[in-house]
Design a protein around this ligand. Structure first.
Ligand code: BEZ
Ligand code: FE
Length: 310
């Protein structure tokens, strides 16, 4: 039967055109008891609907978006987290990281995104030990760190968790030629807040491009590279967990990190040492490198991130 004013059931819950959808959806969700979930889902609906209106999303584009979300899940496995990577290349990870860290003023070390490659449970190494667990060619790097509070006082017994790529630009989970947990390790700061470790100089590398994040980068004519860096996670009860990175200033992609992680204060001093200097360990051949860096933690909640891969 044709629609007529006599048979109309217009009123609450009846969708009367595109403009009616958003308020009806918001009303349907208004009784969510958890206040934070209520706030987040309402804002999500408002912004998602506004986005569809702004670009006037077509049905094929909506289908492509749904296929993209499904492929993100299908591309994720025990060695790779595509959802984290997609968040990274869209700049969302860095935005959330900087929204939630760095509010203690200039002293606190800036945070940087965790990325998709942190693994919980890296084996302990003694302070001053090596995180090289299988033959890994490339120049040796000695990292010496100090962890302090914002006033410069040392913080002892901070658990330091380090992970980095090899000089060919691969993490051990991406590279069958490396031993499990190669270039990963945990150690503790000493009474003076210091830690030291031996590794190899990391290289810049392309992020994985075999999934939808790679398709997006190609469609946007963006390169996939991260500048060379070390990841460092500092954890101690009573202190706000610090997840950060230290970047090599000489890397060609320092100013175009595909995941937007580089801030001015996270650029480190990777110093090259030549044959004219006494080698700190007997097996060294020149050049080798050193990196001295101070990490400043503030008091707060200590929590470990959810590992993106096991
Ligand atoms: C990383 O630094 O390990 C990383 C961050 C984002 C995407 C891919 C890798
Ligand atoms: Fe990395």
């Amino acid at each position: 039967m044709a629609h007529s004013s006599e048979t109309s059931r217009a009123g609450p819950g009846i969708i009367d055109g595109a403009d009616a959808v958003t308020p009806v959806v918001l009303a349907a969700m208004a009784g969510t008891p958890d206040p934070r979930l209520r706030e987040i889902t309402a804002a999500l609906v408002r912004h998602l609907h506004a986005f569809a209106r702004e670009v006037r999303l077509t049905e094929p584009e909506w289908e492509a978006g749904i296929a993209l979300l499904n492929r993100i899940g299908q591309t994720t496995d025990a060695r790779h987290n595509e959802a984290v990577l997609m968040s990274d290349v869209l700049g969302l990870s860095t935005l959330v990281c900087l929204l939630n860290n760095g509010d203690a003023g200039a002293a606190e070390t800036e945070a940087a995104l965790l990325g998709p490659f942190w693994r919980d449970g890296a084996p302990p190494v003694p302070n001053g030990g090596s995180i090289v667990r299988s033959p890994t060619p490339g120049p040796v790097l000695f990292t010496r760190g100090r962890v302090t509070d914002p006033a410069g006082a040392p913080i002892p017994d901070v658990r330091i968790d380090v992970w980095q790529s090899s000089p060919v630009g691969l993490y051990e989970n991406q590279d069958p030629t490396q031993a499990d947990m190669n270039l990963r390790g945990t150690l503790a700061t000493d009474a003076d807040g210091r830690f030291a470790l031996r590794s190899v100089k990391p290289s810049g590398y392309p992020v994985p491009v075999h999934g939808p994040a790679g398709d997006l980068l190609r469609a946007q004519r963006r390169h996939p590279f991260r500048p060379a860096h070390m990841h460092i996670l500092c954890v101690k009860p009573g202190w706000k967990t610090l997840v950060t990175q230290v970047f090599d200033p000489d890397d060609a992609h320092l100013r175009s990190d595909v995941v937007f992680g580089v801030t001015d204060r996270l650029i480190g001093a990777f110093v090259e040492h030549g044959a004219d200097e006494a080698a700190p360990e007997p097996d060294l051949t020149a050049p080798w490198y050193s990196l001295d860096h101070t990490f400043v933690m503030e008091r707060g909640e200590s929590r470990l991130p959810v590992p993106p891969i096991p």
